[in-house]
Ligand binder design. Structure first.
Ligand SMILES: N=CN[C@@H](CCC(=O)O)C(=O)O
Ligand SMILES: [Mn+2]
Ligand SMILES: [Mn+2]
Length: 318
């Protein structure tokens, strides 16, 4: 794992209380290279994916390589409501230093599998959305054959672009779909918040021909809560495990300006929290990531704080 960087204490700043009232006091820094035994009831493992290459190849605005550390800096300032039997570990970052995105993705798969084998729950901090390909592969390599993983993607985009010219932030679910197709299986995928003005006709056609579930942005809101919950529950019932990926560019830019491709007409945090509640209560969540934070375009740290709040919600409910 040549791209691996150890966790840094200076990413965990904030108030100190001597009673672990804050997450910067709760966090444990550990190396992914040394086996750990989770001796607690629950262990949550944070790992960063730091690369701009996927966005660069996808013609986007670079800066997501700074995302993981920026989320940590906000998360550490937040209150700790975890009980003493829950461990929160920072395993540091996987960083792409030589444009070798494909190696970074396979390093991520190895790391995710390692985390699961040690009975911890992986939460990957991004980082561009190409990390989804590595994250998903790690989850699937960990599971016995025959178990199904449903992908729930909160996103303005399908990310079904062909990877003919290499993997990018726009290709992860195309790659997964094609690998399933080669085995005569179909991808179990649900995208929430898809924007018609941000996905071309061929991407919608790909979604139809590959039985992908999706809800357009105009229906992914509190007005249609019952419908959203029904569609989610139907999807969750049909799979053994869940992989959840939150692309911050799906949120309205009123909430998340700090991304590569912002969405003025995006969704709101309230409907995402309702959806996450269902996902977490299903007990099927295997791994989760928050992707595409680009601090270069953030305003007053709003997007970083939103990302940290989402992680805060998940770690306290998982
Ligand atoms: N992960 C992002 N994927 C989007 C980016 C859109 C854009 O840059 O405008 C996509 O490829 O469609
Ligand atoms: Mn995406
Ligand atoms: Mn997106």
């Amino acid at each position: 794992m040549s791209n691996y960087k150890l966790p840094r204490k200076d990413n965990w700043i904030g108030r100190s209380s001597d009673q672990q009232l804050y997450l910067n006091e709760k966090i444990i820094l550990s190396s992914i290279k040394s086996p750990f035994q989770s001796n607690q009831n629950k262990t949550i493992a944070l790992l960063g994916y730091s690369s701009d290459e996927g966005v660069r190849r996808n013609h986007g605005r670079v800066g997501s390589s700074l995302g993981a550390d920026t989320i940590r800096k906000q998360l550490g300032k937040m209150p700790n409501h975890l009980d003493n039997n829950t461990q929160l570990i920072d395993f540091g970052n996987l960083e792409c230093n030589d444009e070798d995105l494909e190696t970074l993705q396979s390093d991520l798969s190895v790391a995710v599998k390692f985390i699961l084998e040690n009975k911890a729950i992986p939460i990957i901090l991004g980082g561009s959305h190409d990390l989804a390909y590595g994250h998903y592969n790690g989850l699937s390599q960990y599971l016995p054959k025959g178990k199904t993983i449903g992908i729930i993607n909160f996103d303005a985009h399908f990310d079904f672009r062909p990877n003919t010219n290499g993997n990018t932030s726009g290709t992860p679910f195309y790659q997964i779909a094609m690998e399933h197709e080669a085995k005569n299986e179909s991808i179990k995928y649900m995208a929430l918040g898809i924007r018609k003005d941000a996905n071309t006709k061929d991407l919608f056609e790909f979604a139809e021909t590959h039985q992908a579930n999706y809800l357009e942005q105009k229906y992914f809101c509190m007005t249609y809560l019952e419908h959203v919950e029904l569609r989610l529950m139907q999807f969750i019932e049909d799979v053994d495990y869940l992989y959840t990926t939150i692309d911050l560019d799906g949120f309205s830019s009123a909430f998340a300006p700090g991304v590569s491709a912002s969405s003025p007409m995006g969704f709101s945090p309230d409907i995402v929290l309702k959806s996450l509640k269902l996902i977490l209560e299903s007990g099927k969540l295997l791994g989760l990531d928050v992707v595409e934070l680009n601090p270069n375009y953030d305003i007053d740290d709003q997007t970083a704080k939103l990302a940290a709040s989402l992680v805060h919600y998940v770690i306290h409910k998982v």
